[in-house]
Write a protein that binds this ligand. Sequence first.
Ligand code: ADP
Ligand code: SR1
Ligand code: MG
Ligand code: MG
Length: 422
Amino acid sequence: MAFLEFTRLDERSVIEYVKSVAALSSLLKLDDEDAATEKLTVKEIGDGNLNFVFLVSNSSHSVIMKQSLPYIRCIGESWPLTKDRAYFEAMALEEQGRITPHHVPQLYHFDPTMSLIAMRYLPPPHIILRKGLIAGIQYPLLARHIAHFMANTLFFTSLLFHSTLDHKRQVAKFCGNSALCRHTEQVVFSDPYQISQYNHWTSPYLDPDAEALRHDNLLKLEIAILKSKFSEQAQALIHGDLHTSSVMVTLESTQIIDPEFAFYGPMGYDIGAFLGNLMLAFFAQDGLVDQPDHRKAYKEWILETIEDTWNLFYKNFVALWDEHRNGAGEAYLPAVYNNPEVQLLAQKRYMTELFHDSLGFGAAKMIRRIVGVAHVEDFESITDAAKRASCERKALNLAKMLLKDRTKFEGISQIVSAIRQF
Ligand code: ADP
Ligand code: SR1
Ligand code: MG
Ligand code: MG
C-alpha cells in the first residue's frame, strides 16, 4: 500500500506504513538483517480525547505514531474536527523542541496527507502526570521543569524577544489552527455558561450549581473578557492544551506532549491550564481515599508545587528578559530596557497582568472540567457520586471566586491560602 491518500490506520496497516517510510524503518532498524526478520508489535495506546496513538516496537526499539481523524475521538463522527490539527502539532513539537529539547519528545516524521506524526516513545516509568497525581506520587522536579518549559517557550516566541516583523511572521504560521481555537472558544468559554447538548455534571448533586453558572451575569462578563483575550491576543506561541494529561513524568523527567491546539495566544492560557489542573487534582484528593487525612501530606505537596511553579516561572521569565534586553525584542524601547528603574516597573506591570490572566484562564479551565463536555479522571475516578460532587463543588466555588476576583490577588501565596479555605 502506498498511502497516497488519507487512510485511517489500524494496528495492521500501521506496520505497512512504517515499512514504507525509510526514516521509520531505519529507526526500528528494519534495514538490519536480524531485526528485519523480527516481528513488529503494535498497540493502540491512545487514551486522550481526540486522536489515535500507536506504539510500534520490536525487541529493542519503539516509535509513537499519532494519527488525527476528521472528528473528535471521544465523541465520534457526529463532532467533526479538522485533521489538519496534526500539522500544527508537528510544527509546535518542532518549535517547542528547538527551544526546550529536554522537555519535548523528538519529532521523527510528519505526513500531512495521512495527518500522521511519528515521535519519540517516552518509555516507562514515564506516565501521564494526571495518573501520577491520582496515585499520590510526588515529583520533586516537576515545578522546576514546567516553569522552565513555560518560561522559555513563552519568552522566546514573544515580542520581548522578536522584532514586530518576525513576530507577525510566526503568528501567521499558526493562525490556520483556527478550528481548534474555535473548539476551545466553544467548550471552555461558551458552553459551560449556557445550555448545551454536550454539557454534563454530577447530577442531581450539582444541578443547582450548574444552573447558577448560567445565571451569574458577573461571571459571564468575566468569561467574555477572557474569551476576547484568547481570541485577540497573539502574545506568544502557546501549547493551548497544557493540562496534566499533556505532561508525562518520571521522578527525573518531565515531557510535554500533545500541542495540537498550539497558536499565538495569551501566555496566561498555558500557565492557567497547568495551575488550574493542579487545583483540580488538589480538590479530588479527599475523594480518592477513605480518610481525608490519608492524603494530607500529598495535598501540601500539590500546594507547594502550585506556588513553586509560578514563582520559578516568574524568576526564569524575568531572567530571560534581563539577559536579552539588548536583543531584537521590540516590546519596549531601548530607553526602557536600559533604565533599571523603568525596566523593573515594566516587568512588574507585565508580570502582574500575566498573573491575573493565568488565574482567570485557570479558573475557566477548572469550570469547564466540572460542567462542560470533557471531564477529568481526577474526579471521574471517585466512584461515590455524592463524594465526587462535594469535591467538585469546592473546586467550582474556588474557580468562580478566582474568575471574579482575580485582580485582587497580589501573589501566589495568597492563592494557596484561598485554596486552603475551600
Ligand atoms: P490526544 O490528542 O488524543 O489527547 P495524546 O497526544 O495526549 O492524544 O496521546 C494520548 C496518549 O498516548 C497519552 O495519554 C499517552 O498515554 C500516549 N502517548 C502519547 N505520546 C506519547 C509518547 N511520545 N510516548 C509515550 N506515550 C505517548
Ligand atoms: C470534546 S472536548 C475535548 C478536549 O480534550 C482536549 O484535550 C481539549 O482540552 C479538548 O477541549
Ligand atoms: Mg492528550
Ligand atoms: Mg490532544
